[in-house]
Write a protein that binds this ligand. Sequence first.
Ligand code: DGI
Ligand code: FE
Ligand code: FE
Ligand code: FE
Length: 187
Amino acid sequence: MEQSQLLSAIKTRMPEKRYQHTLGVMKTAVILAERFGEDVKRAETAAILHDIAKYEDEAKMEKLIREYQLDYRVLGWGSELLHGPIGALYAEKEFGIKDKDILHAIHYHTTGRAGMSPLEKIIFIADMIEPSRKFEGVERLRKKAEKDLNKAMSACIRHSLQFLIDTKQPIFPLSLACYNDLMNGEN
Ligand code: DGI
Ligand code: FE
Ligand code: FE
Ligand code: FE
């Protein structure tokens, strides 16, 4: 599917604000892919589809996790932890995406995981630093993303976990595995 077709397909499935976020992730992911020598087209596709399931019904997503025997660990964690895996499922089933790296980038965009590919890192980072993100510290993350993909990814997952701790939320095992993996690599 062409970029314009993908964009009009997702536009009807989310509020305008989320669509603008998606456009921001797309532009940022393209810049990061160019900067770090990754495939621009694949970054663009993954970015456009990354939040496709953001507004899907939670019970329906849990049902799909069981039906397709996806990662059962997300059950009971709520819709935020479901929209990545289900987004990847929709990308495959509804949009015919077969590229595993694109599907993984969508699947793990919320939590990260150990052993992320450069494309997965690009989508995770772009999701966090796209122009409409306004939180304190985002400028520092944007600066890191100008220089080093791994250091930027490390800073982003640390920011994520810090936020979860500060707001007294539980940390999903993959998020922690992502952090541990990057800290072992001394980023
Ligand atoms: O979909 P977006 O809003 O663009 O961003 P996202 O998919 O990266 O994150 C959505 C939410 O998921 C965000 O509010 C924080 C939450 N989240 C990320 N990692 C974890 C988490 N929530 C819990 N409980 N545990 C996690 O490890
Ligand atoms: Fe998301
Ligand atoms: Fe994110
Ligand atoms: Fe997002």
